[in-house]
Design a protein around this ligand. Sequence first.
Ligand code: UD1
Ligand code: CA
Length: 461
Amino acid sequence: MSKLNIVILAAGLGKRMHSALPKVLHPLAGRPLLAHVLDTAHALSPQGICVVYGHGGAAVPEAIKDKTLTWVQQVPQLGTGHALMQALPHLDEEGVTLVLYGDVPLTSGETLQRLISTASESAFALLTVDMADPAGYGRIVRNEKGEIAAIVEEKDASEAQRQIQEVNTGIMVIPSRHLHGWLHKLENNNVQKEYYLTDIVAMAVKDGIKVEAARPDHPWETTGVNSKTHLAELERTYQNEYAKKLLEQGVTLADPFRIDIRGQLSCGKDVIIDINCIFEGHVQLDEGVKVGAHTVLKDVKVAARSVIAPFSLIESSEIGKDCRIGPYARIRPGTRLDDDVHIGNFVEVKNSAIASGSKANHLSYIGDAVIGRSVNIGAGTITCNYDGANKHQTIIEDNVFVGSDTQLVAPVTVTQGSTIGAGSTITRDTPPETLTLSRTRQMSVGGWKRPVKKPKGADEA
Ligand code: UD1
Ligand code: CA
């Protein structure tokens, strides 16, 4: 295969986004538009990738943080031909140059491979699509033999040319050795007073270079984002395609139109996902895992058969096998649950390890704790891990029973087999296999009368 260089045009203003954020940094599936294009570009293993940026200035390279890229700034922006000209010093003369747009995020590698194999050092390849409503796009003009002769921008097109439904997607592969000459011949004597990259097509034809078209597998692969409406539409396309892939792998989705994956979701056999769940970062669900409605999982591994009940939020944690989580559980970063652990409603766990068979079923805060096996944490138990300046650890050993409404003031260790009476405040380590409680003794006052309500008007004398 000949040398491949890639140039991504990303300098456009994106006025219709009505946003201070540069257009190519707007997120699709949780990542900047440009990051999606870069993933696709890297997968083609090119000699180099050059990104032409402009609006937003340094914000774009700063957000992307990819040291393998060559960044060139285009100020002012005088059109797509002018944009590619800025990249010229960084391109090989050999092989071919693929032009991508930073605001066209969903082009597949397969489609681009096909386009690249259509091109060569002596053949120019355009990615084109037929559109029922081609308004706004450059039209592909063909000669009487059906060969591509030129691209005409809508604003410069004749009435007859405007009827053409085959349009330029903007994605093209150009024989690199001609680029320098063609770009330097560009002029801006057109309606928009821009240097059109598309004008090099007619130059190629004149120089006897064949221009061929290739088609994408799906129409949305070449859809660009110019507004929040386009962005929302493409987001749904992305999510629907991801959901289809999951269904094909055998995942049960209560509704493939109500799932959002902002990263990578990998699932074992017989995983069931209810509606309105969000998966961020890398999420792994092993065989038989069930995820309840309205659950958010970010960078989480869930082992086989665990059930996450509705409205739970879990981040940067590992859940063992056969666990029962939620409803309304919040599991924060740094948590590791072994097998068969139960975390119930309104329980918050942070940076803690809980060994197998332990349960915290209701209304608790467990932070910076190490909890052994078969521990029962009663309702309303709180690890007081923060003294206002530093965080401290709570250790609860195997077979401990913590009565409801207990405060464990860290650093503290509840040793193996201890029982803590309900309502206790534990400030010192407890001895093993004993009952510890700290609460005032209950007393009863005889003959005590409840206050009674004064009759109306009694105060007004
Ligand atoms: C361009 C094509 C048109 C095609 C359409 C597909 C030209 C002259 N026209 O039109 O044939 O049908 O795309 O969407 O090429 N950009 C820069 N610098 C600039 C101008 C643009 O980097 O000075 C970048 C933009 O960020 C964008 C891409 O190039 O990613 C296309 O720019 P846009 O203004 O959307 O192109 P159109 O004029 O709509
Ligand atoms: Ca456009």
